[in-house]
Structures are given as structure tokens and as C-alpha cells.
Design a binder for this molecule. Structure first.
Ligand SMILES: [Zn+2]
Length: 471
């Protein structure tokens, strides 16, 4: 038997008006929420809290809750299996194939890989016509739920998962083994408990979240043009819930912006004795770093910069031909990122100009080895800063779900896949997949699944609530 439920969205005209006023407008960068009065927000919050309580009591939802505990051992086995498949940046394909097989086994429809390598599958909800309606303009809206496939670890990293008591140790076990496991748990629970949702759910295992992946998987999903034969998802996704890492204590709804550069200084190089006086790219880069590192940054909005790597040179008795560095700039504000970027560009330009006009170089005259130094500043990563407005429906929903479950969570700013839709003025946030973990991005990473079902209940209730208003 297939059970379906229907929840009245709103009980008064005021609340109906509020919901309309709070619906994100994809064509505008800021959702239209300014007209919402504080007292009405309280009324809306109470209404959402009642909906959460009603959905949580439904027999099929209770069955799903029970299935989380019943399947914990299987889920852990799957988590270890997927984490053992290496997925360094730009090499996620083996892990993607594994996920594709499991999406299909769990009954998701239209399981496929898109042009960027993302794995997608659809839980159709209660409406079998979802496929044809998606193609119409302004057609079916989806609730999307995603977990990134990639890890930060290079291809030669030895991946071994070992168990100590309840804890599992191994690179990627939590980030994003916990998120991927939660994605699978949700698909399984929806199917087994025969829940029908008013809107279909789009499951995404995406590539390119970490480091130089630069959110390429999520950028592809939200691209403003159709990518080859891939479906054009951008305007069909009403909400994106990102599952990243473990835990239940955070709501990442503020996107930390970052911009990353590779700075390269090149010169003629030469012999350390006979070509003395030829400008030295390593010295020039050091001088640029010295100047750049004096750049003042505000504590609020928090803004940071880092010179992460420095490379260059041939040998101890050679004047280098090349020197380069990687620079990371982060801020809650795009304006501050722009300002620090300008400081970096000025520091590099001044150091290069200074070396090219130095007395030592001029003294060498027009010899070929006195050719000017050149500089190149290449953008290697750009993640926009943005945030979900406090009165957005998605934030109200997760708050109400947490209250219902007795879960305490705080708002956090971070760089996640949610940056992309948030920067477009769309509703998105990132939460953990339950359980606990630490040591992300290190070889000492661990995950403890104790209490994971709280995180899974949180995810299920949030998705079911969002599916109510994604039509
Ligand atoms: Zn992650």
C-alpha cells in the first residue's frame, strides 16, 4: 500500500501572504522578505512548528525513523565501502560509479551522471508526471539534497579504515563519508516507508567541492545555460540541502567567500657568480609577500589571507628563472575580498617594478640576461560570499525541525556547495549527516556513528517539510 499525506500549508490569509512574500525570486539576487513584520514571522514560525509535529507523527514517517536504527550496521558498511574508493579532486569517477549503482538499487529514477561527473537520481514523490512537467517553463519544482563525492587527499594516499571501539578512523570517513551515507539512508527510508512527497526529491552526489575543485559540480547544476544534453536544473530546484561531514549541531547558511590565486614571477635566471645582479624571482616574490602580509583586514566582517605554498628555483648556485606561490583570501564580504585582492596585485606589481628598475640591474646595461622580470596572477578559485536571510523559509524549517527533535544547533559560516545557490539569492544550507567526527582534511580523521539517527531524522523531516512548499 502506498501512503500519502497532505499538510495544509497555512491556516490564515496572513500566513498565505507571508509565504508568497517569502518565496525566493530566482531573477533577483535578494529574496523579497523585507515586508515581513516581526509579529507575523512569529505566527509563521508557529505554523511551521505545527506542520513539523504533524508530519513527524505520521505512521510512515515513524516507520522511516525506525528504519534508520534498524539499518545502522548496513549503513556503516556502505560508508566504509565508499570511503575506501579514492576520490581525489578531479578523479571522482570510481566513487561516482559506485554511487550510481547504489542509487539504482535504492529505487531512485533516472539515475545518471551529468557532463561534469555528478551522479543524479530522482525520488518521484507522489506525482508520476514529474518528468514531463519538468520540461515546461516554470514547471515542477524539486527539493535537492546533495553530498560531495570528492576528498582533499592526493591519489597516492593510502586509505585504510580501522575501527577502535565505536570510532572509525581513516581519511574521508567523516568528510564526506557521513554525508554520502546519510544521502543513501534517506533514499532507502523514503522507499521502504512508502512516503509520498508533494514535490519530487533530486538526489545529487556531486564532484569538485574540495580545494581546487572550486565547487565545479554544483556550478554545473546551477549553470545559467544548458550544459550539453544535461537537464537544465537551475530554475527547477526550489531548495538545496547540502550534507557535508558529521554532526547535528550546525546550520551552515552563511557562505564564506574565498578567492585563490597562483602568482608567478619569471626572469632570465643565470649563474649565481657570473650573472650576479640579474633580478631574482624568489627574492622579488619574498618582497611581495612581505608587503602583502602587512595588508590590514577587519575583524568584522572577518577577513583572512594566507600564502599557502611557495615554489621556485633550480639549485643553490642558480639565479631562479621562476618563483610562484598560492594565495587564499577569505571573507564574509565580497567587498573585503576585492580589497585584499587589490592589495595582493599592488604588492606583486610594486616588487616586480622595483626589481626591474633597481640600480644593480641598471648597472648591468643591455646584456640579454638583464631582461625584465614578468609577473602573472592567475585566479584558481572563486567562491562567492552570501547568506540566507534569517526569515527565509528554509531557515525557519530547520529551526522548527531542531526544536521538535530537541536538537541544539548554531548558525555557522563556511565554504560549502551551498555557496553557489546562496550567491544567486536562492535558498540553500548545509548540515551534517549525524553522528560525530573530527580531523577533517587530515589522515587522523575519525567518525563515530553513535546517535546518527538524530541527524537522519533531522534530514528527513527537513526534506519532507521543504517538499510541502516546493510546488
Ligand atoms: Zn566536505
Amino acid at each position: 500500500m502506498v501512503v500519502s499525506y497532505s499538510i495544509p500549508l497555512a491556516t490564515s490569509a496572513v500566513v498565505v501572504w507571508l509565504l508568497v512574500a517569502m518565496t525566493p525570486n530566482p531573477s533577483s539576487s535578494t529574496p523579497e522578505i523585507s515586508a515581513v513584520a516581526p509579529r507575523s514571522i512569529t505566527a509563521l514560525a508557529e505554523d511551521i512548528a505545527r506542520q513539523v509535529a504533524r508530519i513527524a507523527e505520521l505512521p510512515e514517517v515513524q516507520a522511516a525513523f525506525n528504519s534508520f536504527l534498524a539499518h545502522e550496521a548496513d549503513l556503516m558498511a556502505r560508508q566504509v565501502e565508499i570511503v575506501t574508493i579514492p576520490a581525489p579532486p578531479f578523479h571522482e569517477s570510481n566513487r561516482a560509479s559506485w554511487l550510481k549503482t547504489h542509487f539504482s538499487e535504492l529505487g531512485l529514477r533516472e539515475v545518471h551522471q551529468d557532463g561534469s561527473g555528478n551522479v543524479l537520481g530522482i525520488f518521484p514523490g507522489g506525482d508520476n508526471r514529474y518528468h514531463s512537467r519538468r520540461k515546461k517553463k516554470g514547471g515542477q519544482k524539486y527539493v535537492a539534497i546533495s553530498a560531495h563525492l570528492d576528498t582533499v587527499f592526493p591519489p597516492d594516499t593510502r586509505i585504510e579504515i580501522r575501527r577502535e571501539g565505536k570510532k572509525l578512523y581513516g581519511p574521508g570517513i567523516s568528510d564526506n563519508g557521513a554525508g554520502l551515507a546519510a544521502l543513501l539512508a534517506l533514499a532507502q527510508a523514503l522507499r521502504e516507508s512508502r512516503i509520498r512527497t508533494p514535490a519530487p526529491i533530486l538526489f545529487i552526489g556531486n564532484v569538485g567541492e574540495e580545494g581546487e575543485g572550486n565547487l565545479r559540480g554544483m556550478r554545473h547544476i546551477f549553470a545559467d545555460k544548458q550544459n550539453g544534453k544535461d537537464p537544465w536544473w537551475r530554475d527547477s530546484i526550489a531548495y538545496l540541502l547540502v550534507l557535508d561531514g558529521a554532526g547535528t549541531d550546525t546550520i551552515v547558511c552563511q557562505a564564506l567567500g574565498s578567492r585563490r590565486f597562483e602568482v608567478t614571477v619569471r626572469g632570465p635566471g643565470g649563474h649565481s657568480w657570473s650573472d650576479f645582479g640579474v633580478p631574482n624571482p624568489v627574492v622579488v616574490l619574498a618582497s611581495a609577500i612581505e608587503k602583502f602580509s602587512q595588508t590590514p583586514v577587519p575583524a568584522n566582517p572577518k577577513t583572512t589571507f594566507n600564502v599557502g605554498t611557495v615554489r621556485g628555483g633550480t639549485s643553490v648556485n642558480s639565479i631562479p628563472e621562476i618563483a610562484s606561490m598560492h594565495v587564499d583570501i577569505r571573507s564574509a564580504s565580497s567587498i573585503e575580498i576585492d580589497r585584499v585582492e587589490q592589495a595582493l596585485r599592488r604588492a606583486v606589481q610594486d616588487a616586480v617594478t622595483g626589481a626591474n628598475s633597481s640600480p644593480a640591474k641598471r648597472a648591468r646595461g643591455n646584456a640579454s640576461s638583464t631582461a625584465d622580470l614578468t609577473q602573472e596572477i592567475r585566479l584558481i578559485g572563486d567562491r562567492p560570499a552570501a547568506e540566507l536571510p534569517p526569515s527565509s523559509r528554509m531557515l525557519q524549517v530547520i529551526r522548527a525541525v531542531d526544536m521538535h527533535l530537541g536538537n541544539r544547533a548554531h548558525i555557522q559560516r563556511a565554504s560549502t556547495d551551498a555557496n553557489i545557490p546562496l550567491a544567486m539569492g536562492r535558498e540553500a544550507l548545509a548540515i551534517g549527516g549525524g553522528g560525530t567526527g573530527a580531523g577533517a582534511h587530515t589522515l587522523h580523521e575519525w567518525y563515530d556513528p553513535s546517535g546518527r539517527e538524530l541527524g537522519l531524522k533531522r534530514i528527513l523531516l527537513t526534506v519532507l517539510m521543504l517538499a510541502e512548499s516546493a510546488r
